[in-house]
Each structure stands twice: as C-alpha cells, then as structure tokens.
Design a protein around this ligand. Structure first.
Ligand SMILES: CC(C)(COP(=O)(O)OP(=O)(O)OC[C@H]1O[C@@H](n2cnc3c(N)ncnc32)[C@H](O)[C@@H]1OP(=O)(O)O)[C@@H](O)C(=O)NCCC(=O)NCCS
Length: 212
C-alpha cells in the first residue's frame, strides 16, 4: 500500500501567488529553461551530478530527475515540490523546495533544500514556500523536525532561515561536495513545538514580513 508509507504526499500548497505542487512530466521544458538560465546562480550552492550543466539540466535529463523524485516521494523518502508563481492567471515554474532524507519513527525528521530563479529573487518566494512546506511537514506529513544545511558564505540562504526563525545549531566541517570541493556547512533546525504556539511557520512569516 503506497499511501500508507507516504503521509502528506502528494500535496498542493499555496499562499498568495506562491504555489507548491508535485512535478509533472510536462514540466521538462520549463524546468530546463530555468535551470539553464540559472547556472551561475545555482552552481556554487548545489551538489550537482557530474557532467556539463546544460546536459544535466536538459529537458531529456528532466526525465531522469522526474523519475527519481517520483520514486523517492512514493517511497516516503522525500517531498519534492515545484515552486510556481501564479500571476495574471498564469503559472510559472520558478524554483524548488524539497524535504528530503525523511526518517520516520523516533526521529521524524527531514532536510530541506531549495532554490529560486534569480529573476524573482528577493521577493520572499522561498521563505513563503519553505514555511508552507514546513507547516505541511509538521501537519499531514507527520514530521517533527526540519533541518537546513547552508554554506556559511551563502548570505541569502542564511537570511531565509534566520527570518523564519530556524535555530543555528551546528557547524559541519567538510560536510558536502559542492562546486568542486568538500564545503563546510552551518546546520539550522526547527521542531514543531517551536512554531505550534504561533499557529505555524507561515503565520510567523506573515508577521515577520509585515513588521519589516
Ligand atoms: C537562497 C534563495 C533560495 C533565497 O530565495 P528568495 O526567494 O530570494 O528569498 P528572499 O526573498 O527572502 O531573499 C533572501 C535574501 O536574498 C538577498 N536578496 C534580496 N534580493 C536579491 C536579489 N535580487 N538577488 C539576490 N539576492 C537578493 C537578500 O539578502 C535577502 O535577504 P533580506 O530579506 O534580509 O534582504 C536564493 O537566493 C537562491 O536560490 N540562491 C541560490 C541557490 C541557493 O543558495 N539555495 C540554497 C542552498 S542552501
């Protein structure tokens, strides 16, 4: 029974113009366009598969990426969301939020990863998307803890988790192979208790946004 192993999946989440949904096979062209246009923006921060960027992010490559994401989601290992902006009635794929490496039982934890198209950066798309995903994880997803690991040099990403109120809790030396080397990462985390009293992370983010 697939459903029994995948609490909270599939799901569609939305707040204002920001929409999170499972990927579709038909996303190949849009995904490839945004990935290719963002090579310089994304490469310093991503664990990329070996090979030329254009090839690893072609519409054909999306077939493999899609199959892997679908399998992982079906197995209950991850919740991979396409992040879209819905403006003037049109939906545009602009980013990605994944809750990955899901471990259940006594750990009930996942790692969050994300990126957004540089053409819409700075508009709060990812904080909104991450808040939606975290609330979903703590609710229907049945998880208790979300962790985010970020290179110390990645100021914009650190701002995302700091604005949402994740705790900085660790320094991981030579943590992940990214952009040609083993890179240190800062570990941030949040558990469900930390946002329960505030009505969830999206509610907290809305308050933070309006008070700035
Ligand atoms: C990190 C990232 C996902 C943030 O997404 P976002 O939707 O732009 O998030 P925000 O709108 O909250 O902006 C976050 C910070 O980016 C910076 N920023 C703002 N406008 C920007 C712009 N036009 N271009 C670049 N950075 C900008 C600011 O420091 C901002 O923090 P602030 O709110 O204190 O001013 C995005 O920068 C990105 O995709 N970076 C490359 C991939 C990456 O780093 N992924 C995460 C790996 S851990």
């Amino acid at each position: 029974m697939l459903g029994a192993t995948t609490p909270g999946w599939p799901a569609v989440l939305a707040d204002g113009a920001v929409l999170l949904r499972p990927y579709k096979r038909g996303d190949a062209r849009a995904w490839s366009e945004v990935r290719v246009a963002n090579q310089a923006w994304l490469a310093p921060w991503e664990a990329a598969p070996p090979g030329p960027w254009a090839e690893m992010n072609s519409p054909r490559a999306f077939g493999y990426v899609y199959r892997d994401m679908r399998r992982a989601a079906r197995n209950g290992d991850s919740m991979p969301f396409a992040v879209c902006l819905v403006e003037d009635g049109r939906e545009r794929l602009v980013g990605h939020v994944n809750l990955g490496n899901i471990v259940r039982r006594a750990f009930a934890s996942a790692y969050a990863g994300y990126w957004v198209d540089h053409r819409v950066a700075g508009r709060g798309v990812i904080p909104t998307a991450l808040a939606l995903a975290v609330d979903h994880a703590f609710g229907p997803g049945g998880l208790h803890r979300i962790e985010v690991n970020i290179r110390p040099e990645n100021g914009p990403s650190r701002r995302v988790v700091e604005k949402l109120g994740f705790r900085e809790e660790a320094y991981h030396e030579r943590y992940m192979h990214i952009d040609g080397g083993w890179r240190d990462h800062l570990g941030y985390a949040m558990t469900s208790e930390e946002v329960a009293a505030e009505g969830g992370l999206l509610a907290r983010w809305r308050r933070v946004r309006t008070s700035n």
